[in-house]
Design a protein. Structure first.
Length: 231
């Protein structure tokens, strides 16, 4: 299956690329350097696969950006609240000031809402909007077979640390595990040296090629029960 073979590499290529300038051909050319398969014969399915990977990576980066902005806004609001809490320096009354004030008719000054209250309301509204968008995004992901959450086998869960993940999520977690434990062959980065946990996933193999390891993932994934799926 084409997606099993090139899913991981397509995702890694896109994560390290400028998403505003990268295109399908650029990704396909990089994939071609890593395989003897003539990818020119698989343009259409590769285009669909790369498009799905692109959407997933774009969402990852947008989520990271929103999280960063949220933290920045929170720091700024805290700073504003500190400023509002600082007592104003007392104004010295002078005879001239008192006389001038007495000679002017009193005018009602409309009360402004406290700045801290406005900031808190804005923060709450932003949180609600982000929550609504997150729900919509999750619903979209669950409808797409490519990004739908699946139940993981005990062996795969032991590697990823999760019991439910999408196929791209599994690939990402596998690569994180491989890199964290330095399991790539230094002389050939396309080869992964399997430890005991990976052997349980990859049928006891001592080493496995990056391109072929994804085809083993399918048998470790199963649909979630309907009640566990996002409504």
């Amino acid at each position: 299956m084409l997606s099993d073979t090139f899913l991981g590499f397509s995702t890694e290529i896109l994560r390290s690329s400028d998403l505003d300038t990268v295109n399908v051909r650029m990704v396909r050319d990089q994939l071609q350097k890593e395989t003897d398969i003539v990818l020119e014969n698989y343009k259409k399915p590769l285009k669909l696969l790369i498009g799905d990977c692109y959407d997933m990576v774009r969402k990852e980066k947008e989520d990271e950006r929103r999280e960063s902005e949220s933290e920045s806004d929170s720091d700024e609001d805290d700073a504003n609240e500190d400023d509002d809490a600082t007592p104003a320096a007392p104004v010295k009354k002078t005879a001239a000031n008192t006389k001038s004030a007495a000679s002017k008719p009193a005018t009602a000054t409309p009360k402004k809402r406290p700045k801290t209250l406005k900031n808190n309301e804005n923060k709450e509204e932003q949180k609600k909007k982000k929550k609504r968008k997150a729900v919509r995004d999750e619903e979209t992901l669950q409808k797409n077979p490519f990004t739908r959450s699946m139940a993981l086998s005990p062996a795969l869960a032991d590697v990823t640390g999760e019991t439910e993940l999408s196929r791209p999520g599994v690939v990402k977690a596998l690569w994180a595990y491989i890199k964290t434990h330095n399991l790539q062959d230094p002389s050939n980065k396309r080869e992964v040296l399997c430890d005991d946990k990976l052997k349980a996933v990859f049928d006891g193999q001592e080493r496995i090629n990056c391109f072929t390891m994804n085809k083993y993932i399918g048998k470790h994934l199963s649909p979630l029960p309907e009640k566990d799926k996002v409504e």
